[in-house]
Design a protein around this ligand. Sequence first.
Ligand SMILES: *[C@@H]1O[C@H](CO)[C@@H](O)[C@H](O)[C@H]1NC(C)=O
Ligand SMILES: *[C@@H]1O[C@H](CO)[C@@H](O)[C@H](O)[C@H]1NC(C)=O
Ligand SMILES: *[C@@H]1O[C@H](CO)[C@@H](O)[C@H](O)[C@H]1NC(C)=O
Length: 274
Amino acid sequence: MKPAAPGHVLLCCLCLALGSLCCAHGLWRRGDQEWQKLIMVHHWPATVCQEVENDCRNPPDYWTIHGLWQALNALGTGDSSSSLGSRLSLPDKAEECNRSWHFHLEEIKDLLQDMKMYWPDVIHSSANRSAFWKHEWQKHGTCAAQLDALNSQKKYFGKGLDLYKGLALNSMLQKLGIIPSGNYYQIADIRDALAGLYGVVPKIQCLLPKQGEEVQSIGQIELCFTKDLQLRNCTEPGEPVAVGQGAQPAGAAMNLQVCEDGPVFYPPPQETNR
Ligand SMILES: *[C@@H]1O[C@H](CO)[C@@H](O)[C@H](O)[C@H]1NC(C)=O
Ligand SMILES: *[C@@H]1O[C@H](CO)[C@@H](O)[C@H](O)[C@H]1NC(C)=O
Ligand SMILES: *[C@@H]1O[C@H](CO)[C@@H](O)[C@H](O)[C@H]1NC(C)=O
């Protein structure tokens, strides 16, 4: 077969890109995206604050909730928080399942104390914090709402807080002796230790080394649940632990990706610029 002319290749890529765009759009429009697993996404403020142009001020010195998301299939679960990213990559998460279900802060007023503590908007600490919760509800909560256990804002955020507290990631890491440090850990050691403790394999995401640095920083730890809210592996059997970066296009707001095997930095909070 004759190799395709560059023009054809380009055209094909364009079609593919448009195809996935239309596909994602179609799924989104249907509002009935069938997802398979819930992902409790924890993030490490010290790393998150290095990553983004931000107004992090006094970031928490503990792992906080980024969100409670839903995955469509076995593909990666990189944060596609940039709308560009989620449109240009194949959809791997259920998102924005019901645009007419608006966020109402008063529905979660009983949870506010915990929300401020455990689910803060780390990156925009001076913004109206409920904007972050509104975003998480519209993007992820409206999809989670397919489950009776999560079919209201109070249930979605309340269950998110419950799962977070139940996992107790902060104290588990501490118990495992994995504490923020100027020394490096091996990513496999962290993953294996957590897998041993929870009985399921987490997905760990890192910030790539900055210029002049050699080592990635741990940024996000995901633990996954079935629709019955039971812990399950984040990856499918046979799926490589370090999947491709398809869901993590350049220019994504949060440039985290599945960690490379090898050394990883778990930066102490006080070393981030405030
Ligand atoms: C979307 O949310 C609105 C408001 O809660 C609700 O009335 C409607 O039934 C929902 N639509 C679907 C398809 O779930
Ligand atoms: C923050 O936004 C919510 C609505 O999302 C609004 O009810 C609240 O008054 C706002 N708070 C401030 C301080 O602007
Ligand atoms: C979870 O992953 C571990 C390690 O890869 C594997 O041994 C186990 O069978 C998996 N469990 C399920 C239910 O797939």
